[in-house]
Design a protein around this ligand. Sequence first.
Ligand SMILES: *[C@@H]1O[C@H](CO)[C@@H](O)[C@H](O)[C@H]1NC(C)=O
Ligand SMILES: *[C@@H]1O[C@H](CO)[C@@H](O)[C@H](O)[C@H]1NC(C)=O
Ligand SMILES: *[C@@H]1O[C@H](CO)[C@@H](O)[C@H](O)[C@H]1NC(C)=O
Ligand SMILES: *[C@@H]1O[C@H](CO)[C@@H](O)[C@H](O)[C@H]1NC(C)=O
Length: 521
Amino acid sequence: MERMQTYWLALSLLLVCAEASKILVVFPLPSRSHGNLGDGIVRHLLNAGHEVTYITPFVYKNAPPNLRTIDVSSNFDVWPAHLITIKSIIEDPDAFANMNMMAFLVTTIMNHTYENEAVAALLNDSKEHFDAVIVEWIFNEAIGGIATIFDCPLIWMSSVEVHWKLLSLIDQPSNPAYSVDMTSSNQPPLSFTERVSELWTQIQMSVLSYFIFDKMQDETYQKYVVPAITKRGRDAPSFYEMKYNASLILANAYVSTAIPQTMPQSHKYIGGYHVDEVVKPLPEDLKKLIESSKDGVIYFSMGSNLKSKDLPEEIRVSLLKMFGTLKQTVLWKFEANMTDLPRNVHILEWAPQQAILSHPKLAVFITHGGLLSTIESVHFGIPIIGIPVLADQHMNIKKAVRNGFALKVDLSYTMADQLKKAIIEVTSNSKYAQKAKELSYIHHDRPVKPGVELVHWVNHVIKTRGAPHLRSPALHVPFYQKMYLDLAAVLVILFLAGRLLLKKAYAAVFSKSKANKKKTH
Ligand SMILES: *[C@@H]1O[C@H](CO)[C@@H](O)[C@H](O)[C@H]1NC(C)=O
Ligand SMILES: *[C@@H]1O[C@H](CO)[C@@H](O)[C@H](O)[C@H]1NC(C)=O
Ligand SMILES: *[C@@H]1O[C@H](CO)[C@@H](O)[C@H](O)[C@H]1NC(C)=O
Ligand SMILES: *[C@@H]1O[C@H](CO)[C@@H](O)[C@H](O)[C@H]1NC(C)=O
């Protein structure tokens, strides 16, 4: 009997080992929501029995034995969190709308990641080996060089909605006539000026990329990646070869929240994978509070990066006063203590967001419109009121409004009145909740859960050594060929040559007939 057990144990271990691959997951951005996305990938890979190495600036809670973490918390030193606050953005809304600044900031972080001693030691160690590397794409491809060092397939993970710049890495930029940039708040169908503006964004950013960011990244690549490859006795490919060599893009998006674009085969939607399969139960006191509320609950959170405590005092006071006039219970994620709380308002220093969103008493979620919060509200079928602040939040909220389950309120010193109107509208008109439930159905009605899909495609890439059969042929077709500029050139030449020939022939015939005329005279 005991022998039998040992036998089964050995067999199952063997099976697990046969399936287990060594995967490196790289999420170096010191921002909690990006960390949550990395954690989600790691969780699914570990559950599938893989051996994971995880480069992260955060502590991974309850790490199992098949996970090794590499600490890049030093990246916090170069992240100007103190600059990106609600107050600074109200005062200068365009400060962070500038993608070039974002790209520069991210490049600094990538440099810092390569310089981290633990990372450098890992990349330097020629005994280290991985079957695949999964890297978060965020305006930076030089970090993908890690896969080139280990000579294994590269998988990009995109934390934002699918957009042209991302797709250009595995296929070609999407058409600006009906797709928009990640920071744009336009939504198709586009008007004439919107189409021109999207085209202009693509041209402008492509030119900047080519002349500035690619050069800068190439320097990072030459400095940190090439020596590690040479040390392993191989010739390093160029930065551009590496940049366009990814096997797959896993996108944190799905048609429930995204524009249904035409997608290349090596792009896979896994939006929603980060949500826990079984939502952790609410803490007892919070559960009691929510269940005792007669008129439902309003949950207000500006996310993990933008802290409510940085709200200017006048906004805090006016919001508090306004919340006090509502009949619902208000849960406000606020990272400091408040003394002047109305009876129906409760402060949560830390909020178990998924558990709150899953509770049937929840009436509306007031959010900054980060992609994770937007996806979670669709996952749980909750209507939202969006107060977008920066980056892709404007686009997420605009889409949610268009999808019919959200209202938007502008961030301003006098937003309390507008917010109250929005709360009354969303909680009294059932069409918002109804629409949220419909989208939730679309979000969940897939052949397999996004986490299963994620593991499936990572395994597929590993087993087929980079899945070259998924690769788009468009990657190897130069721009002039896609646009048939060569054909245009041939046609122009033919036309000119034809015209010249006709002219000559005409001249010849004409002069002959003239000559003949002269003769007859
Ligand atoms: C990596 O290897 C290079 C060359 O062998 C060496 O100069 C460098 O100090 C090593 N770095 C680390 C962090 O081990
Ligand atoms: C990143 O490092 C490379 C190589 O040292 C350098 O050329 C580039 O200017 C750095 N970029 C930033 C933003 O620090
Ligand atoms: C708020 O007050 C509680 C109890 O007095 C204390 O434990 C907590 O640390 C305080 N939090 C902040 C952010 O000051
Ligand atoms: C491209 O990726 C494949 C694996 O997917 C790898 O074998 C190959 O060496 C890579 N090529 C370059 C130029 O990085």
